[in-house]
Design a protein around this ligand. Structure first.
Ligand code: ZN
Ligand code: ZN
Length: 266
């Protein structure tokens, strides 16, 4: 690596800061963190997540507040989903408890501000870093009259938010669905968008995009169905699956799987 004087100055400052808060002085590596690679558009890193061509390790940083941490089973389910559809086998999960400002509803700008303040995991060498925030307040776009309660959203190539507070409300309202069911379905669905589905960075092998809901799948029962965007529709879908004796969490259908494979996935 060649250092420009400017980069060297930043590195020296960073190193000085490190020394001030860490007793580990054995490292020779200069910590230069570039955030640019993680500030791209949604779906832009689909192939990098799916294949091991440029990155062979995933670091998933899960930011949460005291009462919005996902269950251990959810994270196991999510890891299994990643191992099934991507070639990443080296996957590390890192929890980051934060104290967000109390608010009644979150705008996307609130979420990106929190990320800017708290996220510490960025791409580094062959490690691709993902940031997932389990929020303590609902989306400001929720519409009580329309019954649209947003469960999660992706907003950059390696960033997403899960409205955990909203999932908890649907969990409380459902006799049969567990918080793990709701978390897993939402997490896997939103991550499907980071994998570029449907036609969001991963091209379609055969057309199967929903005409009425961009970047969602028109195949019944698929994980990427538009029903998984909103609380009422998702709770209905999962409860119906349960009633029919199907696995509660929808899987990716053949069309979505073919797209992922064609873009470097497993
Ligand atoms: Zn979606
Ligand atoms: Zn599909």
């Amino acid at each position: 690596m060649k250092f420009s004087p400017k980069i060297f100055l930043y590195a020296a400052i960073a190193l000085g800061f490190m020394a001030a808060c860490s007793s580990d002085d054995g490292g020779n590596e200069t910590p230069t963190v570039s955030k640019t690679a993680n500030l791209q558009g949604t779906g832009d890193s689909a192939r990098d997540i799916l294949s091991n061509e440029d990155f062979d390790r995933l670091l998933i940083q899960i930011a949460h507040s005291a009462n919005t941490k996902p269950t251990a089973t959810t994270i196991n389910n999510f890891s299994a989903f990643l191992r099934k559809h991507t070639f990443k086998s080296n996957i590390d999960i890192e929890y980051l408890q934060i104290t967000p400002p109390s608010s009644n509803a979150l705008a996307l700008s609130d979420i990106t501000d929190l990320e800017k303040e708290h996220r510490t995991a960025y791409n580094n060498g062959k490690t691709l870093a993902i940031y997932i925030y389990f929020a303590n307040a609902p989306s400001e776009d929720d519409d009580e009259d329309e019954g649209t309660f947003t469960l999660g959203a992706v907003y950059r190539n390696t960033s997403m938010v899960i409205y955990q507070n909203t999932l908890q409300k649907f969990d409380a309202a459902s006799a049969s669905l567990s918080i793990t069911d709701l978390e897993t379905a939402t997490l896997n669905h939103e991550f499907g968008h980071l994998l570029g589905l449907v036609d969001l960075g991963t091209p379609e092998v055969e057309p199967h995009e929903d005409n009425e809901a961009d970047n969602h799948c028109n195949v019944e029962g698929c994980l990427m169905r538009a029903e998984l965007r909103f609380g009422n529709a998702m709770a209905k879908m999962l409860t119906s699956r349960m009633g029919k004796g199907k696995p509660v969490i929808p899987e990716l259908d053949a069309a979505c799987q073919a797209d992922l494979r064609a873009n470097g996935g497993r």
